[in-house]
Design a protein around this ligand. Sequence first.
Ligand code: AMP
Ligand code: MG
Length: 408
Amino acid sequence: MLTVAAALEQLMATVLPLSLSEVPLEESLGLVLGEDVCSLGDIPPFDKSLMDGYAVRSTDVSSGIASLRVTENITAGRVPAKNVGAGEAAQIMTGAPLPVGADVVVKIEETSRDGDHVFIKTLPPPAGTNILLRGTIVRAGEHVLHAGLVLNGPRIGALAELGRAVVSTRRRPEVAILATGDELVPINESPGPAQIRNSNASMLAAQIESAGGIPVSIGIARDNRDELQRKIQQGLKCDVLVLSGGVSAGVLDLVPGTLAEMGVTEIFHKVEMKPGKPIWFGQRDKSRQIVDGNCRECFVFGLPGNPVSSLVCCELFVRTAIRRLMGVEPAIVPPILAKLEHDYSTRPDRPTYHPARLTWGAGGFAVRLVPWHGSSDLCGISAANGMAYLSGEARQYRVGDELETFGW
Ligand code: AMP
Ligand code: MG
């Protein structure tokens, strides 16, 4: 059976980033930068004052005490009209350009003003004090942001500073969600005998949206071929189709067979992991897309129906596919290393993702495994904020052992 790493490798080889398009900067939050961005000019673009005070010559204040004649007042946005000569000072505000001749700004708090003279009493300031020289932050032509970064407030701010009103990104993929099972009822209905609510669809929609995708609900398909086919057909119009349930070995686990009949080629089925072993992944065969007049490529996941299995598979595989389509670097979320807060012993098993509580403290991340009743226990893991990876061998873990984890 495939390991998680091998399955992720196959997924990365199958799913490629969507094509690039230009979007206005103000619509780019959460999208992924599709290009390396350089600065066209120096930042700051001129030598500027970092303080409100007086721009002076360092040689005039080398003793720390001086009385200088004030020649002008330079506020932010104004170009200095005069040079600062020996015995002179220009009053200057934060962000204003430094006048020629001055090489120090003395803070207003270290001065007192009397008419057109300023008296300075300070520690002798070296040249450059309270000044940000042109190009100190970025030089013209320097790389500032690279392709693959998710655009957030600070990065959007940096792009705005660089004058990028339009940026190159990839759209969010549409991800159809189809729950399967004769036992399922919508969450706003009361389950009859032997029925349960379709909790997976709501959970998957939330996780898909948090990964950057646009969830599209297709509802519930009963465990029969006709209904499955009809709803799968609808889902194949999206970039990704995520099914839950019907991929194991039960008599009504019809999902893999139905997908194959519909021209979805299996890439892998079953992965060496717990929970989530029966996961199915495939790609809609391209020739079939053209026959149907639907040219979008579609990647299809059949997740096992047990809620925690669905969650783990969604986090490991569906999230990676969404990030890959959007061009996030790296597409596979790197694990967070966290120190175990208690002893824990395991018996030989498949490699396991165990619900866990991650906290951040002085020593970095710490992790505590939370009690749970297996892959159908979604309520038990509401106390968790992630999963910890246990390797599968019988092992006595000790306090302080480092575990690989992922969080949500
Ligand atoms: P299956 O993978 O279809 O064999 O389902 C495995 C278990 O998950 C069964 O107990 C199902 O009732 C349950 N299950 C399947 N789909 C869902 C769903 N959408 N929401 C909640 N539980 C589900
Ligand atoms: Mg089922």
